[in-house]
Design a protein around this ligand. Sequence first.
Ligand code: AMP
Length: 287
Amino acid sequence: MLILNSPEVTQETCLRWKRESPIAFVPTMGCLHDGHLALVQRAKELAPKVVVSIFVNPLQFGPNEDFEKYPRVFEEDCRKLESMGVDLLFHPSVKDLYPDGFSTKISVGEIANRLCGAFRPGHFDGVATVVLKLFEITSCDYAVFGEKDFQQLTVIQQITRDFNLPVCVIPFPTVRADDQVALSSRNSYLSSSEREAAQKIPQALSAARKEALSNPHQTVGELLNKITPELSREGLKIQYLEITQSRRLLPTRPEERLESLSQPHLFVAVYAGSTRLIDNVSLNSGQ
Ligand code: AMP
């Protein structure tokens, strides 16, 4: 596995490879778990050359967020990626990607201001900016993104359409631990009691999905009222709990009936102690 930190050398290498074969790309912030590795496995099925990036992107962290303490375990990550047969690991420093004089940023617009974006101003602009750079550097034909971060996936699909990027964005379902908690690098922050409390999240989402499918005549407000108590106890604090509709994750009103929505989707962000956890589930019968 090649390990490169220079954007220029990575770009040259990928452009050379691309003449011979397609490239599949998996961007990450490292501290890799089985969710990331499942994305890498999917990338291997998509193209003969697989590129992974590890970069904790300061542009997508707010001033009071966990940029400094975000877990960094580079050696361990390298071993995992090497054993999966990844061709290139791109691991730039902040200065490599944002040298002095860097100034252009993407403004994603409306979708970036809702759900997580309402609580993390600038987050998705930061994500979009780094992902556009990474797409340009890797010349990837495919890029795999997890549905664990469903709004992020939607933002990437939006910028890919808006900027006519020649990249096929491939969604990958959320990978969960045995207790159904979505795998996340941030789970390492949880104490054992917080981890236990976190199990309420997938339980509430799966109960909500069952409820929605068995009684689509109920309203958005009724369903949210049923699951709010599930998430409000056991040491969790809800930041937001929302049902959206359409692939653009449009807001819904409490009085709207679930059956009248196209592609209803439930999103949640909760705090377990000081750790913010997100999860989501489709309320659509087809998925
Ligand atoms: P991160 O390192 O958290 O930025 O995540 C890198 C990629 O892995 C993103 O596309 C995430 O959506 C995806 N990812 C993270 N956790 C999971 C998971 N539990 N299941 C599937 N994909 C995931």
